[in-house]
Design a protein around this ligand. Structure first.
Ligand SMILES: C[S@@+](CC[C@H](N)C(=O)[O-])C[C@H]1O[C@@H](n2cnc3c(N)ncnc32)[C@H](O)[C@@H]1O
Length: 240
C-alpha cells in the first residue's frame, strides 16, 4: 500500500481495488451508476442477449448485474486485475464469466479469443496507465462491425455532482437525504479515499482526446454524449 502523498504504482493501485471491492460494489447501486450510467451504456450501444460481450475492467460486475436484472444477459465475459472485484462480480452475476487479466499486458494474454460483437469499458480507461493500449486490445478482439462503448470521467469531472444527482433521484423516489446518507455514507467515505488515491494515476480526457483515441484505434464514432450526472463522456464507436 502506498502513502497518500506518493503516486501509487500499478501494483499499489491493484492493492487499492482489492481492498475496496466490497464497498465499491455497494456504491455501484447508487442511482447515477445503476439507474443512469448503465442504462445509458446499454441503450446507446444496443447491448443485449443476442451479442457476445467483453467487459474490460469489469470491477464488481455492475454491468452484468444490470443486464441480468433486465433479462438481457447473453454470453458475457468480464476481465479485471483484482481478484476481490471478480469475487464480488461472480457473487452478483453467476451466469457471466469473469477472468483475471491485467489490461496493461498484451491482449493475447487476457485469456479470451473473440471475436466479440461488443466490447465495453466503463469507468476503466481513466485508471489504466495507457488507454490507447487497452483500446488496441479491444479492437483486436472485436469482430468487424463490432461495437466499442466507453464511459470515462471527463476533464474537470466532480464526484460531488454525482452524489448530488443521486440525492435528486432518491428524492423522486421519496427517499430522504438522511436515509441515503445513513445507507451509502460510510461506503462513500471509503470510496472518496480510494478515488483520491487513484486520482494520482488517473487521466481525465477532453472529448477531443477521446475522439482522437477512437480514430487512431480505427473506430468510427457513432455516438458521443454525456452521462453519470454529466460527469462522464459516453462514446459508442464501431470497428469498420
Ligand atoms: C472504477 S472501477 C470500474 C468498474 C466497473 N466497470 C464499473 O463500472 O463499476 C475500475 C476497475 O478497473 C480495474 N483495473 C484497473 N487497472 C486495471 C488493469 N491494469 N487491468 C485490469 N483491470 C484494471 C480495477 O480493478 C477496477 O475494478
Amino acid at each position: 500500500m502506498t502513502q497518500d502523498s506518493a503516486a501509487p504504482s500499478g501494483s499499489d493501485l491493484r492493492d487499492l481495488f482489492e481492498e475496496y471491492a466490497q464497498v465499491y460494489r455497494f456504491t455501484t447501486e447508487a442511482l447515477p451508476h445503476a439507474a443512469e450510467l448503465l442504462p445509458d451504456v446499454i441503450e446507446r450501444a444496443g447491448l443485449g442477449a443476442h451479442m457476445e460481450l467483453l467487459d474490460l475492467a469489469c470491477g464488481t460486475g455492475a454491468l452484468e448485474v444490470k443486464m441480468q436484472g433486465l433479462g438481457i444477459l447473453g454470453d458475457v465475459t468480464g476481465l479485471d486485475f483484482s481478484e476481490s472485484m471478480l469475487t464480488q462480480a461472480r457473487l452478483g452475476c453467476p451466469e457471466a464469466r469473469f477472468r483475471r487479466a491485467d489490461l496493461t499486458h498484451p491482449a493475447a494474454t487476457w485469456g479470451v479469443t473473440g471475436p466479440f460483437d461488443a466490447v465495453a469499458c466503463i469507468l476503466g480507461l481513466n485508471v489504466v496507465p495507457d488507454p490507447r493500449h487497452v483500446m488496441q486490445g479491444a479492437v483486436e478482439l472485436l469482430a468487424p462491425g463490432g461495437v466499442f462503448v466507453e464511459a470515462t470521467p471527463h476533464a474537470g469531472s466532480d464526484p460531488r455532482l454525482v452524489w448530488a444527482r443521486h440525492l435528486v433521484m432518491a428524492a423522486e423516489l421519496g427517499r430522504s437525504e438522511a436515509e441515503e446518507m445513513a445507507y451509502f455514507g460510510p461506503a462513500l467515505v471509503r470510496i472518496i479515499k480510494l478515488s483520491q488515491m487513484a486520482s494520482q494515476v488517473q487521466h481525465f480526457p477532453t472529448q477531443a482526446e477521446i475522439l482522437a483515441r477512437h480514430a487512431d484505434a480505427g473506430l468510427k464514432v457513432e455516438y458521443l454524449g454525456s452521462t453519470y450526472a454529466d460527469q462522464a463522456t459516453l462514446v459508442v464507436s464501431r470497428k469498420e
